[in-house]
Design a protein around this ligand. Structure first.
Ligand code: SF4
Ligand code: SF4
Length: 68
């Protein structure tokens, strides 16, 4: 099972992870965090391979990927 954990309060909505996800599994949501950024959300769990590209590319370390 793959879990993609997003820390809303670290996310600044820069979309890097959205652009780099090879499966298009992430998108910017309409949810605002405390700093006023629209945060990313995990949109398509079925497509996610657990490659962790999103976690590596995020400059704010807002994403963690777990596989078990
Ligand atoms: S790369 Fe990080 S900061 Fe940028 S949208 Fe994705 S989770 Fe948020
Ligand atoms: S782990 Fe890979 S496939 Fe899954 S959301 Fe992140 S970049 Fe996309």
């Amino acid at each position: 099972m793959i879990t993609v954990k997003i820390d809303d309060e670290r996310c600044k909505g820069c979309s890097l992870c959205v652009e780099f996800c090879p499966k298009g599994a992430l998108s910017i949501s309409d949810r605002l965090n405390m700093k006023g950024y629209f945060v990313v959300s995990f949109a398509d769990e079925k497509e996610c391979t657990g490659c962790a590209t999103c976690a590596l590319i995020c400059p704010d370390v807002a994403i963690e990927v777990f596989k078990n």
